[in-house]
Design a protein around this ligand. Structure first.
Ligand SMILES: [Fe+2]
Length: 236
């Protein structure tokens, strides 16, 4: 079995909307999971405002999580020229990570100082070429910040990926196993064909919605490639 933990929208900051005790609780719960996660995927808004103090604090906080953490940038991470700090302190804004069992495509959906996001033709073409080249037994995981389909309880829907129709078509055409997203602080899991579309709630932003609370996702992939997604609520 391969175990992925998805965390999202941590909004780490000294002064913003960060709830530090909730992040600490999440790190503890992740480290105590049995079996231990193979990897933790963060789907963006690592920081609240993208400034240097936020990034330095975030790097410090991430050290509390034992498994390897890979991060796709969120719109808050690219505020205030934060993308330069993301590159310097976190890693490339987009990249592939080959875990052996899974191929992770970490994509950069935000654009600096905009809340909206898109992948665009260049990334779509790139993904298509990569999907074609992968062996069929490789589990394909695509992660980006903006959501691909509308989520409930999110109010007026404004920030679905601008090219969601084309990206969804690409994802479904190549039977991508898993799409990991964040942004709206609402957890939702949908399955279309073979593909699981997993939207994460927020781990540690003060901006929860209604009584949805803080949560993270535990995703298990068995030896046949079957995917199971569970929610871990941080309140209980
Ligand atoms: Fe966001």
């Amino acid at each position: 079995m391969y175990r992925i933990v998805q965390i999202s929208d941590t909004h780490i900051s000294r002064y913003g909307q960060f709830v530090e005790e909730m992040f600490d609780k999440a790190a503890k719960r992740i480290n105590e999971l049995d079996p231990a996660p193979d990897i933790v995927v963060h789907t963006g808004d690592l920081t609240d405002t993208g400034v240097l103090a936020d990034y330095e604090f975030a790097i410090q906080k991430l050290k509390a999580i034992d498994p390897k953490v890979i991060v796709a940038p969120g719109n808050h991470d690219e505020r205030n020229y934060g993308q330069s700090l993301f590159r310097e302190l976190v890693g490339p804004l987009e990249y592939e990570f080959d875990s052996g069992r899974c191929m992770f495509f970490m994509m950069n959906s935000p654009e600096p100082d905009r809340d909206e996001g898109r992948l665009g033709r260049r990334r779509q073409t790139y993904l298509e070429e990569r999907f074609k080249a992968l062996p069929s037994n490789k589990v394909k995981v695509v992660a980006f910040h903006h959501h691909l389909i509308p989520v409930p309880h999110a109010g007026r829907e404004m920030n679905v990926l601008e090219d969601a129709g084309d990206v969804l078509d690409l994802i479904l055409s190549y039977d991508v196993d898993l799409v990991l997203m964040g942004h709206r602080h609402v957890r939702r899991v949908l399955r279309i064909g073979r593909t699981f579309l997993v939207n994460a709630g927020t781990v540690s932003s003060i901006r929860t919605r209604g009584r949805l609370g803080h949560s993270l996702n535990i995703i298990d992939i068995d030896e046949h490639g079957e995917v199971k997604v569970q929610e871990l609520k941080l309140k209980e």
